[in-house]
Design a protein around this ligand. Structure first.
Ligand code: SF4
Length: 60
Protein backbone atom coordinates (compact mmCIF):
# COMPACT_ATOMS: atom_id res chain seq x y z
CA UNK A 1 0.00 0.00 0.00
CA UNK A 2 1.45 3.41 -0.91
CA UNK A 3 2.69 5.54 1.92
CA UNK A 4 2.45 9.33 1.87
CA UNK A 5 4.71 11.61 3.85
CA UNK A 6 5.54 15.31 3.85
CA UNK A 7 9.00 16.79 4.17
CA UNK A 8 8.18 19.46 6.73
CA UNK A 9 11.44 21.29 6.17
CA UNK A 10 10.51 21.83 2.53
CA UNK A 11 6.79 22.62 3.00
CA UNK A 12 6.06 26.34 2.64
CA UNK A 13 2.45 26.02 3.78
CA UNK A 14 0.83 27.05 0.51
CA UNK A 15 -2.26 24.92 1.15
CA UNK A 16 -2.44 23.45 -2.36
CA UNK A 17 -2.35 19.84 -1.21
CA UNK A 18 -5.25 20.32 1.20
CA UNK A 19 -7.23 22.12 -1.51
CA UNK A 20 -6.74 19.22 -3.93
CA UNK A 21 -6.83 16.28 -1.56
CA UNK A 22 -8.44 17.16 1.77
CA UNK A 23 -8.96 13.47 2.44
CA UNK A 24 -5.25 12.99 3.03
CA UNK A 25 -3.76 16.42 3.74
CA UNK A 26 -4.66 19.12 6.20
CA UNK A 27 -3.01 22.32 7.31
CA UNK A 28 -1.71 22.53 10.86
CA UNK A 29 0.37 25.43 12.19
CA UNK A 30 1.09 26.67 8.64
CA UNK A 31 2.44 23.32 7.47
CA UNK A 32 0.69 20.44 5.79
CA UNK A 33 0.26 17.18 7.65
CA UNK A 34 -0.86 13.79 6.40
CA UNK A 35 -4.01 12.49 8.06
CA UNK A 36 -3.67 8.94 6.68
CA UNK A 37 -0.24 7.61 5.91
CA UNK A 38 -1.38 4.51 4.08
CA UNK A 39 -3.86 5.18 1.34
CA UNK A 40 -5.81 2.76 -0.84
CA UNK A 41 -6.02 5.11 -3.78
CA UNK A 42 -3.12 7.54 -3.99
CA UNK A 43 -4.52 9.34 -7.08
CA UNK A 44 -5.27 12.69 -5.44
CA UNK A 45 -2.10 12.45 -3.35
CA UNK A 46 -0.18 12.09 -6.62
CA UNK A 47 -1.93 15.13 -8.06
CA UNK A 48 -1.03 17.07 -4.93
CA UNK A 49 2.59 15.88 -5.17
CA UNK A 50 2.74 17.08 -8.79
CA UNK A 51 1.36 20.48 -7.83
CA UNK A 52 3.36 21.02 -4.66
CA UNK A 53 5.66 23.92 -5.55
CA UNK A 54 8.56 22.61 -3.48
CA UNK A 55 8.17 18.84 -4.04
CA UNK A 56 7.59 18.24 -0.34
CA UNK A 57 5.13 15.36 -0.81
CA UNK A 58 6.72 11.94 -0.91
CA UNK A 59 4.80 8.86 -2.09
CA UNK A 60 6.52 5.52 -1.79
S1 SF4 B 1 1.42 21.70 -1.49
FE1 SF4 B 1 3.49 21.31 -0.70
S2 SF4 B 1 4.21 23.30 0.07
FE2 SF4 B 1 2.00 23.46 -0.20
S3 SF4 B 1 1.16 22.98 1.84
FE3 SF4 B 1 1.20 21.05 0.65
S4 SF4 B 1 3.18 20.07 1.15
FE4 SF4 B 1 3.28 22.22 1.79
Amino acid sequence: MPKVTIDKDKCIGCGACEAICSDIFKMEDDKAVVTKEEVDDPKCAKEAADLCPVDAIIIE
